[in-house]
Design a protein around this ligand. Sequence first.
Ligand SMILES: [Zn+2]
Length: 162
Amino acid sequence: MAFFAHIGTGFALKPAAPKAPVILLITAAMSADLVCFLLMALGVAGESILAWTHGLFISGVWALVFGFTSGVILKNARAGVFTGIAVFGHWLIDFITHPMYGGDMKPDIPLFLEGSPKVGLGLYGNLAAAIIIDLAVLAAGIALYVHYRLSQAKPPATSPGE
Ligand SMILES: [Zn+2]
């Protein structure tokens, strides 16, 4: 979860990877949740969803696969690396925010697969703070992105006397 913060990381990474489309970076940053929702829609239940979408191990694997594939398709190593970082950034944000709000508030992010130790710093324990930080990360990401786009759009500076 932490939906807006994930979108924010996608925007924020664009200046670092000019060749990666911003929609790809946002999708990468949200991919763990997108797969999670897909599995839920398919009726996969319980702990295994988080193990297979949000575990530290699986996030590392997914970041490598997603990043490598993007780099190959875009023919740009830097774009691939930052797409991978966008994927793994999801884990870092969820590590800070989880356990998900509304449950028993026990750490719910597995380090490995099902049955492995779970972590989560529990920012959702303070829902107001979590929402504010969530939106702040989105705002910061968009600000970085807009600043980048504006700097790209600027015509080259003319020297005096021209
Ligand atoms: Zn998530």
